[in-house]
Structures are given as structure tokens and as C-alpha cells.
Design a binder for this molecule. Sequence first.
Ligand code: TYC
Length: 103
Amino acid sequence: MAGSSTQLKPKLATRPRVERPKLYKVILLNDDYTPRDFVTMVLKAVFRTGEEAGRRIMITAHQKGSCVVTVCPRDVAETKAKEATDLGKEAGFPLLFTAEPEE
Ligand code: TYC
């Protein structure tokens, strides 16, 4: 029976298990219609890339079919992908950005 003389095992310090939130990639997809300068403008406006990085990302998507624009938390990735896609839609272009989880 547990009395006042019972030795209790000291609790070991435990490290809290904190899940790292999953990150999402924003991907730019190539198409045959959106003008190159327009794609670069959208990258600069929505993703703050600057001229040189924006042009490099645009050319990579143009040549390879797609390019990762940025990696960030899910809500930011989805909001920016929609914002950038909508800019294309408003201008009558089929420009498409998607957000997908990183492996
Ligand atoms: N392929 C387009 C053209 O030749 C330019 C372009 C580049 C469009 C990248 C979309 O994600 C893109 N006008």
C-alpha cells in the first residue's frame, strides 16, 4: 500500500512533441498564350521576386513546363497561387499557379 514512505520515481524531463507544419510549394505552369512579360510582372507583384528572379522562374516554366516559385505555409501558398492565377484570368490569360504539399 502506498504510504508516506513510498519512493516515487522522479519524472524524467520530456520534450514536447511539436509537429512541424507541412510546407507547400507554389508551382507556375507553362501555357502557350500568356505573354512572358505578363508572367514576370505577376511574379514580381505577387511573390516579390524582383526582375531577374522573376524572369528566371518564368523562363524555367516556359522551357520545362513548370517551376517552383516558393515554398511556404499552406494558407499563404493557396492565397498567393489564387491571387496570381486571378491576375491572369482578369487579363484574359490562362496563366495557372497551383499549391501542393512538399514531400
Ligand atoms: N509560354 C509562354 C509564351 O511563350 C510564356 C509563359 C512562360 C507562359 C511561363 C506561362 O508559366 C508560364 N508566351
